[in-house]
Design a protein around this ligand. Sequence first.
Ligand code: SF4
Length: 743
Amino acid sequence: MAIDVQKMKETLAPHVTPGQSQGQGAGVRAAHTLLAEYTYEPREVVKGYANQTLYINLDDNTIQAKPVTQQMKDIFIGGRGFGLWHLWNAVTPQTKWDSPENEIVISPGPLGGTTNFPGSGKSLVVTISPLTGSVMDSNVGGYFGPLLKFSGWDAIEIQGKAKQDVIVFIDGNQGRITIEEAPGASTNSYPVGEEVLAMFADSDAEKRDVSSVSAGTGADHSLFGCLNFSWYDMRRQRIRLKQAGRGGIGTVFRNKKIKALVVKKSSVNAESNQPDDQQRVRQAGLKVHREMHDLDHLQCHMRTVGTAHLVEIMDHTDLLPTLNYKYGSHPQAEHLYSDYYLQAFTQNTVDSCWYGCTMACSKGLDGFELRTGPYKGQIVTVDGPEYETIAAVGSNIGVFDPHWVGEFNYYCDTYGLDTITFGTAMAFVMECYEAGILNEKITGGLKLNFGNAEAAAELMHQVARGEGFGRIFGLGIRRMKQVFAQEYGGDPNFLQDIGMESKGLEYSEYITKESLAMQGGYGLTLKGPQHDEAWLIFMDMVHNQIPTFEDKAEALHYFPMWRTWFGLNGLCKVIWNDVEPVSNRQTKEPAKVPEHVDNYVEYFSGVTGRQATKEDLVLMSERVYNFQRVFNLRMGFGRREHDAIPYRSVGPVTKEEYESRVERYDKQLREKAGYDPTGKTTEEKMAALRAFREAEYQRLADAVYKRRGWTNDGVPTIEKLQELGIDFPDVVEVVRPYQNGHS
Ligand code: SF4
């Protein structure tokens, strides 16, 4: 095989088509070499801000404080906004994911760290992505972000690359930051998380004051490495992990030779964020606590099974991805339903990824025995699985055994691999194997048929070892499409149709064929097909609330803006709309959950002292959203051609798909496309349906760009940038060549 994997990683243009004691920890730390040290006076947080950010450069071990300006707070708010602003100033249009100047920026936002409003412990991470070549953002729980802020830092920027593995330790109690060369046996997240706990927590009680960020060997050898953010579970007496999963941020992290970022801060409480009006915040939070307590068991069961409750809902509505998104349901899917997880998840324990989150949806499988790999036979706790993981490494690859789902979940986490990309890429590879594009000679003997969990597990371990077919698999779908076409004779059009990625990012786990709005919710996005921008399937397909192009465009304006706001403030989206007030269905716009929007207005105003309206919240997001679109453009992306989506996400690619739902498709041809299917072959009907649906997607893009104030090529207009107050000279210069008749 003549494939230079390293070269593929570097040069392919992405748009072209168990624990230790404290004593042991001290011993390990003694082997560290101190590379740099910085002392500071820990600042109090006032009205949600520490008013300074931390800059670290691993090329020369610089450690520096930077002020937070009023303009940063006014325009970028915090969280993802601060991350994007720092990244913009750090990189150039020529910067690649593995360029030294590329940064990883982590920021919690002004509401992040609040303990009396549920869902307030998120960190936002941005970087230039190995998968997309453009800007990536990811929202993650765990204690790191809040503890960072209460240590006196609104964000941490990490630039440069270390020569050997390092640990960056921020001691928010002592006001001391160190960069330490950290040799050690493993970079995998569970061992590293426990190791740093043993090194940096001075007592058992102090373990909850320490949080780490790490990746693993999967991130070393693939382009879809994730970051794991830890917190210490006092009842289980072990670390728990949450993932900044999407877009390969863990790969950038390991490329910088970071073994772990560690923060320690004690005495965090409800006063730590020093809100402007504590009573106002408490009142807003109390309402939400009450609703979750009174209504969750009647609505979502998040407190007992987490997002696993979605599996049966998706299966019943033909939206659960099975066999590489061919179908939305499967007779064996019931083995993955939440009744299994209700029994399997440990109940009546504290599963909150930050203090005060009474939703407590971060479930775990305790006493889980691993079947394969380097930890075979060990009894572990699996953090999850959540819905996306169950669908990705379960139904979508034809594996309907929940034990295997747990196995993939555990190893992907500790190796630092994104379960969504891993599962979606595995589904693609399995379909290629069954289509004869791949064979055992290519895969090194792995029979990668749908449902072959053993083979999939071996491939996962190969990725983590950087061996065999795992080296190809670790490139992600967009690059595999090219390899399979060029090296193995696969039909590039077929590969393009069935490879579920857009912008280079693998799809998250929903079938979108019957929801044009959700096709846009995945395609007309900033970073790629992740459901955190817009999840419109039920509004569109089930409730028929957005029938016209204009309705869909309005939804594809409002919801991405609204959801962006959580990322500016360090919040979890789950609290907004998973449990709804009893009267919500009677409101004019139930999908927006108006009462909860009002809560957030109170919450934001109460913390920052900046009196806001609900319209102001959307405006805050619109500024950052448009800035990120311009950032994409600056990196060579961010136009209509980059919003293209694979046909598998639009309609049936194969005869078997069409014929499995022939009545549905024939009806649509007749009633919507003006095409009489009578007497036509399946191929003729498929072609007619494809022409119709692909045109509909472009019409949707027209309407969405117009609603967002963008050109017909998907570029923000200068007028829009002026209206939003982000018409900085260097921003305007990026869009000017693409105005096409706009000023
Ligand atoms: S709802 Fe779940 S994911 Fe969100 S903050 Fe609470 S425990 Fe974490």
